[in-house]
Design a protein around this ligand. Structure first.
Ligand SMILES: Nc1ncnc2c1ncn2[C@@H]1O[C@H](COP(=O)(O)OP(=O)(O)OP(=O)(O)O)[C@@H](O)[C@H]1O
Ligand SMILES: [Mg+2]
Length: 371
């Protein structure tokens, strides 16, 4: 029974936004133990930190678990500017401010998820794949780059705005642990945004550089439908990215999807694969009703393979699912809310293929030198 034991307990308390133990974030101030009464001072990063109530509660719970502690007093205060500067330098791993952590040496696997046509279920599929990867223990970030039709926060049940620590932006974290950033989180009301190329580029650059992502295994980017400015900006900012094209089985949709994939090829992003969504509806008798026809996904994959001269896989086919639609409306992805649904199993298989993807090593030094 000692102050050391209390500090060990505090190392188990994780800051919900920064996703690191309070002790590593230098958020623990004075710790004392008088008799069986513990007092702990916690220094929050910013005034009015939205996570403060949770941090206070989890700190108290952790301290009360220590042998010999009967009561725990938690005092909250705020870091000084000097302490905050030191923390920011630590969080950036010594990198300068505005550093793009997803440059060509990054170990994060980056996927740009696009479609040609709108409404093919790209955002729902992306939100679910991100969630499935997080549930499998990966560190996942998700950027909603659909500036005009952002929908990811709603699909993942996020209403929080990002906390700012000076110029550093802390992304809200979904219930399954996905760090999410969307333009929707920065708008005062839900007014439509009429931004042009340069502003879009700056917004996306900020999403990548000013947000504290920490070390990520995966970064998924939900692209706006169609092709254009956003894809070109992302191509520059995310040099290791691979594109994934979402389409429906319909041949007309497939043709548009193919065009979006081939623009990616022109801007230098290899195609990782194609996902066919809304492939069929399973009837009460178990048979598959192909509402939108068949073959769209396979045809896009084949054509993109022909154009690129590389193998392009049909990564998976996701059936129509009422539970999927309800889940995305309610902010509870189907891979959490209804794992037995065939659409959920299809998405989990797709997530496994993402997880098996190799990091693009093109242009990376091998670290060997002539002797
Ligand atoms: N497999 C599916 N079964 C049933 N409903 C689906 C399926 N996939 C998506 N949906 C529903 O279709 C609608 C459109 O999906 P979503 O918003 O994900 O598409 P999108 O391609 O991102 O659209 P946008 O082009 O507007 O960004 C949503 O209501 C969603 O819940
Ligand atoms: Mg969308």
């Amino acid at each position: 029974m000692s102050v050391d034991a209390i500090n060990r307990a505090l190392a188990t308390v994780i800051d919900p936004e920064l996703r690191l133990p309070l002790t590593e974030l230098d958020m623990v101030g004075e710790v004392s133990l008088v008799g069986r009464e513990a007092s702990v001072q916690i220094k929050l990063t910013v005034v009015g930190c939205p996570a403060s109530a949770r941090i206070e509660r989890e700190t108290r719970e952790a301290v009360l678990k220590v042998d010999g502690v009967d009561s725990a007093k938690v005092t909250l205060s705020v870091m000084t500017q000097t302490e905050r500067e030191a923390l920011k330098i630590k969080l950036r791993n010594g990198k300068p401010p505005r550093f793009n952590p997803f440059g060509k040496d990054s170990l994060t696997r980056v996927f740009l998820i696009g479609s040609g046509k709108g409404g093919v279920g790209k955002s729902s599929v992306t939100a679910n794949i991100a969630t499935a990867l997080a549930l499998n223990g990966h560190r996942v970030g998700l950027v909603d780059a659909d500036i005009f039709g952002f929908s990811i926060p709603g699909q993942l049940g996020l209403t929080d705005r990002p906390t700012r620590v000076d110029e550093m932006i802390l992304p809200p974290v979904s219930a399954s642990g996905v760090k999410v950033i969307s333009i929707g989180m920065f708008l005062e009301d839900s007014k439509p945004v009429a931004w042009r190329g340069p502003m879009l580029h700056r917004a996306i650059e900020q999403f990548l550089c000013d947000v504290f992502w920490g070390d990520l295994d995966f970064l998924l980017v939900d692209l706006p439908p169609g092709t254009g400015d956003v894809a070109i900006s992302l191509g520059q900012l995310l040099p290791t990215a691979k594109t994934v094209v979402v389409t429906t089985p319909q041949i007309a949709a497939a043709e548009v999807a193919e065009r979006s994939g081939s623009v990616g090829l022109q801007t230098g992003q290899p195609v990782f694969g194609v996902i066919e969504n809304m492939s069929w509806l399973i009837q009460p008798d178990g048979s598959k009703l192909e509402l939108f026809g068949a073959g769209g996904g396979a045809s896009v994959a084949q054509r993109l393979a022909d154009i690129s001269g590389q193998r392009v896989e049909l990564i998976g086919q996701i059936p129509m699912s009422i539970a999927l639609r309800e889940g995305s409306d309610a902010g509870k992805p189907i891979v959490v809310s209804n794992v037995a649904d065939p659409a959920a199993s299809a998405i989990m298989e797709i997530a496994k293929k993402f997880a098996a993807a190799k990091i693009g090593l093109a242009g990376k030094p091998l670290g060997i030198s002539p002797s």
